[in-house]
Design a protein around this ligand. Structure first.
Ligand code: TLP
Length: 345
């Protein structure tokens, strides 16, 4: 069989055997009545791991972000976020559709927003302009190449935002990757944000699921929004059982994925006409540029697919590789060989 190495995303991982076993034997109930013991256990544990009062299990990161923005904003406000952020570009305008807010995108090198970037865009209520309602951060920043916002930058944004009465939501789809890179606990990284969303199915192998964490009051409200969005999932303990393993066990090994991403990036750099901004290669994502080879990102992605390497184009001339549990170091080395070959042809 020809090789097929899937580096499109860390969402492609399959549940581990331990997860499948836990799913098969999970204690279940109806979670809309808050009677699923496994979901309750996952939510309690997530709150504890993140140092928040409460957490809510949601089916997707998109729903977690949508609700996170909703509980921190009111209709007619602006939400400050980075130009390449997921909440701005990849969530079907839920910020407008569900929250009734306008995104105010702010560009930051490497996707790393600081207070200096945000400050010029803050607006009070006036007869002409929508007031700033909140700030949405993303750590790691996916489309900037998995970059990590340092702890002191996050703390500084939160302190200054809070002094102005503005809440901060963290899209932490890959917050465990950020914490691994910084060598801190996720609770420390998310300490100052009002709400944090993180995914169990990005790099952590759970088949489905994300959590939103914050104050008890915010999560009580979030539960109602989840139901409105159709996210009241009955015997969801079958998913939460895998989620508990994702939460407890899987973050420990993310360093391997980071090392594999570095291996890929260093190899790509050796290919003529391929460029990689090595400063952005911090976690499990590598974005490389093939403009100098006269290829579009889409053409490059097609060539790689024919060579058995699955990778998504993410810009006019850029392609993203994402390392994860289901690709070994040997497979990354093989992918590199295949990429070299495919680009030569
Ligand atoms: N990211 C996906 C795609 O949607 C781009 C991927 O393959 O990386 N926040 C961030 C930072 C994300 O990267 C993603 C998914 C989400 C939120 C949304 O999560 P889901 O797909 O569970 O709704």
């Amino acid at each position: 069989m020809p090789q097929r190495i899937d580096l499109r995303s860390d969402t492609v991982t399959k549940p581990t055997r331990a997860m499948l076993e836990a799913m098969a034997t999970a204690e279940l109930g109806d979670d809309v009545y808050q009677e699923d013991p496994t979901v309750n256990r996952l939510e309690a544990r997530a709150a504890e791991v993140f140092g928040k009062e409460a957490a809510l299990f949601v089916p997707t990161g998109t729903m977690g972000n949508t609700i996170g923005l909703k509980v921190n904003s009111t209709h007619g406000q602006e939400i400050l976020c980075e130009t390449r952020s997921h909440v701005f570009n990849y969530e079907l305008a839920m910020m407008a559709w569900f929250c009734g807010c306008l995104a105010r995108p702010v560009t930051a090198a490497g996707g790393i927003l600081t207070w200096d970037h945000l400050k010029p865009h803050l607006k009070p209520l006036s007869p002409h302009a929508a007031p700033t309602g909140m700030i949405a951060l993303e750590n790691t920043h996916n489309m900037a190449g998995g970059t990590v916002t340092p702890l002191e930058v996050m703390d500084d944004i939160c302190a200054r935002a809070h002094a102005l009465g503005l809440p901060v939501h963290l899209d932490g789809a890959r917050v465990f990757h950020a914490a691994t890179y910084l060598d801190v606990e996720v609770a420390r990284l998310a300490r100052e944000v009002d709400t944090v969303m993180f995914c169990l199915s990005k790099g952590l192998c759970a088949p489905v699921g994300s959590l939103l964490a914050g104050t008890r009051q915010a999560m009580d409200q979030a539960r109602l929004y989840r139901k409105r969005l159709g996210g009241g999932m009955r015997q969801a303990g079958v998913l939460a059982a895998a989620g508990l393993i994702a939460l407890e066990e899987m973050p420990k090994r993310l360093g391997e994925d980071h090392a594999n991403a570095r291996l890929l990036a260093e190899g790509l750099l050796r290919i003529d006409g391929v460029s990689v901004d090595m400063a952005t290669v911090q976690t499990n994502i590598v974005i490389f540029d093939v403009a100098a080879r006269g290829l579009s990102g889409a053409e490059c992605s097609q060539r790689l697919a024919r060579a058995g390497v699955m990778a998504n184009a993410v810009g006019a001339s850029t392609v993203r590789l994402v390392t994860h549990h289901d690709v070994s170091q040997a497979e990354c080395a093989a992918a590199l060989g295949a990429i070299e070959e495919a680009l030569r042809g």
